[in-house]
Design a protein around this ligand. Structure first.
Ligand code: 9MG
Length: 279
């Protein structure tokens, strides 16, 4: 199966390799000090550090999507994200922006972002139109309900079939709008309206998602509660569990893993790749 992903200024052949996407949160709780110059300096040095450690793309997020997080007003999200997109233009890797807001999508694409990562699967009115006429990469993620309500008793009759049906419907909506399939990657959305059992069922079935939808799969498990539920550790002690989760996702066929701990994940994947052959 051919796995090419167009990502703005960049293009990736994912036939025989898995990439690491480094997470760059630019929410106020991710900075130790309040000055805006220092925020930008901090974001830049963190991004450079991740690229030096082997990150193939950086995902910039100005709105927390953790369960129960409130939505951030448009102006606030733009204020957080835009200076970072401008500052990181010369980084040499694609800049992805994690947002659900069409207005943010439009502005960051003008500023030079290469990819939009939408945990809402581009369902907001105007989202498809906002990304249609660029050549940015697009990550369509599955989420049941909203970040505010998603972990209140998530229910599925058949979680894998329902997630695949959702992703298929979104791919069809995007291609019907004139968007090239080569710009799209898909994501089961670990932790977004799923129990621990739903998450691990989806993890085991990444290969089915990939073969039924014929697009590269992006997986985000880093430090999440599905890891904590197994290892019984708080978020700051989930590195080993997250590495195992990333390798499990790659072994099942994921081609991009979204992580906090870039250096460790890159090493783990390199050893995995040396020891196995990709399918
Ligand atoms: C923003 N964000 C948080 N978790 C995520 C995940 O699992 N996938 C994607 N695409 N984005 C995520």
């Amino acid at each position: 199966m051919r796995h090419y992903l167009q990502c703005g200024r960049f293009g990736f052949n994912l036939d025989s390799k898995a990439l690491v996407m480094g997470i760059l949160n630019v929410t106020p709780d991710s900075f130790s000090d309040g000055g805006s110059f220092n925020k930008l300096e901090f974001a830049l040095s963190r991004a450079e550090e991740m690229v030096a450690a082997g990150a193939a793309m950086i995902d910039i997020g100005g709105e927390s999507t953790r369960p129960g997080s409130p939505s951030v007003p448009l102006a606030e999200e733009l204020q957080r994200v835009m200076p970072v997109v401008y500052a990181l233009q010369g980084l040499g890797v694609p800049l992805s922006v994690d947002t659900c807001k069409p207005e943010v999508m439009r502005e960051v694409l003008i500023a030079g972002a290469d990819m939009i990562n939408d945990v809402n699967g581009f369902r907001a009115p105007g989202a498809l139109e906002a990304v249609r006429d660029s050549d940015c990469g697009l990550c369509i993620m599955h989420m049941q309900a909203t970040p505010q309500t998603m972990q209140r008793e998530p229910h599925y009759d058949d979680v894998v079939a329902e997630v695949i049906a959702f992703l298929r419907e979104r791919i069809d909506a995007m291609t019907a709008a004139g968007i090239d399939r080569e710009r799209i990657c898909i994501d089961p959305g670990f932790g977004f309206g799923k129990t621990v059992a739903h998450n691990y069922t989806l993890l085991r079935e990444i290969g089915r998602m990939r073969s039924e939808l014929a697009r590269p799969v992006l997986a985000g498990l880093s430090r999440k509660s599905m890891i904590g539920a197994v290892v019984g550790r708080p978020v700051e002690q989930r590195l080993a569990g997250s590495l195992a989760g990333a390798l499990a996702a790659v072994a099942q066929g994921a081609r991009i893993v979204r992580v906090h701990d870039v250096a460790e994940t890159v090493d783990a994947i390199q050893v995995w790749q040396a020891a196995t052959s990709f399918n």
